[in-house]
Design a protein around this ligand. Structure first.
Ligand code: SF4
Ligand code: SF4
Length: 279
């Protein structure tokens, strides 16, 4: 069984994948696997977001398509709804398909997807999404069009048996694993929230290196430790969204505790002043 492995850190947002998808599916009818893609749909979409600010701003790009879930809410909705029970189904090769005839009028299918990758075709009265180019794979193509178009290997078509830690250059992840849909599409290097800033001494007019930092998640109490570098800068990565307390400590200086730092995607904590301990 094969699936797409996505590495957002390699994506340069050239959008070749989106163009290839449109070339394959707009004005082309691959029924019963895929009806022509309507204008304005993106069966693969490079979702971009800017996080943090100033010199610490990060541009994130994450290619997103149907995750080909093994516990697919769209299939469950089709089976529970008033429409045809086979309107959505999972093939033996793991690809989730919306039947271009049986899925007509079945809005429950689109509403059930937590990833927001299903579009409604008003003309055909049909939910539509990525089929992993199943019509091409069925006639011997080795990979979907988006994967073939990617110049950076940010998208790769891999055998699922290869997706084991020994083979991976980064930990294997799933997009929004909290949705609990058991996706087949796999990711590495999904951008994670971070907090960054710099520490300086206003009275000495210099940046402060080797400052000990402790970051505490105010809900879970999980802690991260770091030190400022030669330029007084710090960056604590791979945290999660939430509210944090940052504790700063350096010998010869008054310690500092900053509470309620809200991280949504990332946070530039800015320039933090430490003052010499009075003699
Ligand atoms: Fe269904 Fe959405 Fe999962 Fe695709 S990503 S299988 S459309 S629930
Ligand atoms: Fe990113 Fe590859 Fe798509 Fe270009 S083709 S936008 S590099 S995923």
């Amino acid at each position: 069984m094969k699936t797409i492995l996505v590495d957002p850190s390699l994506c340069i947002q050239c959008c070749d994948c989106q163009i290839a998808c449109k070339d394959e599916h707009c004005d082309n009818d691959w029924s019963p696997l895929a009806a022509p893609q309507e204008e304005g749909q993106f069966w693969i979409q490079v979702r971009e977001k800017q996080v943090a600010s100033g010199s610490r701003m990060r541009q994130e790009r994450v290619p997103v398509m149907c995750q080909q879930c093994k516990d697919a809410p769209c299939i469950a909705a089709a089976q529970a709804g008033a429409g045809h029970p086979e309107a959505a189904y999972r093939r033996e090769d793991g690809i989730v398909i919306f039947d271009t005839d049986k899925a007509r009028g079945c809005h429950e299918i689109m509403d059930a997807c937590p990833y927001g990758v299903v579009y409604w075709n008003d003309v055909l009265d049909l939910p539509q999404k990525c089929t992993m180019c199943a019509h091409l794979l069925d006639v011997g193509w080795e990979r979907p069009r988006c994967v073939a178009a990617c110049p950076r290997d940010a998208l790769r078509f891999v055998d699922t048996s290869e997706l084991v830690p020994e083979n991976m250059y980064a930990p294997l992840e799933h997009l929004h694993s909290e949705y609990e849909t058991n996706p087949s599409v796999a990711y590495v290097n999904i951008p994670k929230p971070f907090i960054a800033g710099e520490v300086y001494s206003p009275t000495e007019e210099r940046c402060l290196d080797d400052v000990s930092l402790t970051l505490v998640n105010e809900s879970t109490l999980q802690k991260w430790n770091a030190k400022t570098d030669y330029f007084g800068e710090f960056k604590i990565e791979d945290i999660s969204d939430g509210s944090y307390t940052l504790i700063l400590d350096k010998e010869g200086y008054e310690g500092k505790r900053i509470e309620r730092l809200e991280v949504h995607g990332a946070l530039n904590a800015g320039s933090i002043a430490l003052y010499r301990t009075p003699c």
